[in-house]
Design a protein around this ligand. Structure first.
Ligand code: TXA
Ligand code: MG
Length: 364
């Protein structure tokens, strides 16, 4: 079977996608973060197809994507009736976050409505919801008139796709999949996830482009960061996030980080295969000048030293480098600062899981 990529989105193509979803099929579509693999959130058999296609463990919950109202430039959309069929105990803080950041790259976890399928939630009593900003995602959602569950459209543990071609290469030969082509994703890493379900302070579950600092500045809501434990909470009550596996987002070429100016140290920790090494270098820095090193062929490539530009480039570059048959890929450690947390998180997990026998090991 082959994958079927439809370049630009006439309404006939969108209608076909909507019909495919109604018929219980899967459709890959662009969001502003990464491409999603969508299915009807009310159809258990369709949801099952996602887990099979991705090779994803059944207990890993999915995000429900919802349509924004037609005119979401209105100063204050009322999101409560939109999420009410899915979520309960919607707090004032949650309303502030939705007003400030939806539609956009922010996922909120709520206590679930009893009608939400357990196939979506991995049996938990919470549900993750987001309204994506991408116009194609929104058009599909509006016409579908229902929730669409959509994990990133990659095989479990692998690098998330940021273009239609990436999705095609993930499932080529294994799945007959309709792919809506919306070009390259602007944000480039998955949405920020915040748990609003505890009745206590909101908690960051997955860092992304929207940071706790930005949330505080725009809404006055303070968010506990991963690892911070509030007074009346125990660690085991924190919900699972599959991105929290230590190995995730992983290329098959070994990937390591190097401390500023310490490329050779990173190499010496990796003595076996170092004849062809790709070294990413901040565009704000001069060349590493490592070409005198015996037996190693370095090739430098510039990477953006702005955190948002780096995020939008990260998965693209990992995929491209993975195709180029390097023995080792070296990236500089991202600098300190909350705006780098999202990419630091993805890079560290990508390193841990990288290599020819890469698999997602649940090590936490
Ligand atoms: O940007 C995104 O969020 C992309 C695009 C396609 O929307 N989607 C995405 O989905 O990253 P996925 O399935 O690859 O990651 C969703 C994450 C998983 O780590 C999952 O464990 C977490 O959301 N999640 C889903 N429901 C949850 C819940 N009820 N409680 C805690 N975490 C949840
Ligand atoms: Mg994913």
């Amino acid at each position: 079977m082959s994958t079927d990529s439809k370049p630009l989105q006439s309404s006939a193509v969108i209608n076909e996608a909507v019909q495919t979803l109604r018929d219980g099929g899967l459709v890959a579509f662009p969001t502003e973060t990464v491409y999603g693999l969508g299915a009807d959130a009310k159809n258990p058999e369709a949801i099952q197809k996602i887990f099979t296609a991705k090779g994803r463990p059944l207990h890993h919950p999915l995000i429900v994507h919802l349509a924004a109202p037609d005119k979401f430039d209105a100063p204050q959309v009322d999101w409560v009736p939109i999420i009410a069929p899915w979520a309960r105990d919607i707090s004032e803080d949650a309303i502030k976050l939705m007003n400030a950041f939806w539609p956009g790259p922010l996922t909120l976890v709520f206590k679930k409505d009893k009608t939400v399928l357990s196939e979506i939630t991995g049996g938990q009593d919470t549900v993750a919801i987001r309204a994506p900003a991408h116009p194609i995602a929104q058009e599909v959602l509006r016409k579908f008139k229902g929730g669409i569950v959509a994990p990133s459209a990659n095989r479990f543990g692998k690098v998330s796709p940021t273009s239609a071609a990436d999705v095609r290469s993930e499932f080529e030969g294994t799945l007959d999949l309709m792919i809506l082509d919306g070009g390259d994703c602007e944000v480039g890493i998955e949405s920020t996830i915040i748990d609003m379900s505890s009745g206590d302070k909101p908690r960051l579950l997955r860092p992304g482009i929207i940071t706790p600092k930005e949330i505080l500045a725009k809404t006055g809501v303070s968010v506990l960061k991963t690892g911070e434990v509030s007074s009346d909470e125990h660690a085991e009550s924190i919900p699972r996030v599959s991105g929290s596996l230590r190995a995730h987002y992983a290329p098959t070429t070994p990937l390591r980080l190097y401390a500023p100016g310490r490329v050779l140290d990173a190499l010496s920790e990796y003595p076996d295969t170092k004849s062809r090494v790709a070294v990413a270098v901040w565009d704000s820095e001069s060349s590493l000048g490592e070409d005198g090193h015996p037996s190693v062929h370095f090739e430098e490539m510039e990477i953006p030293s702005d955190s948002a530009a780096f995020a939008s480039y990260l998965y693209r570059s990992l995929r491209d480098l993975d195709q180029q048959e390097w023995d080792l890929i070296l990236f500089p450690e991202p600098p300190a600062g909350e705006e780098w947390d999202g990419v630091r998180d993805r890079l560290q997990r990508a390193c841990f899981g990288s290599g020819p026998s890469s698999s997602s090991q649940d090590s936490n």
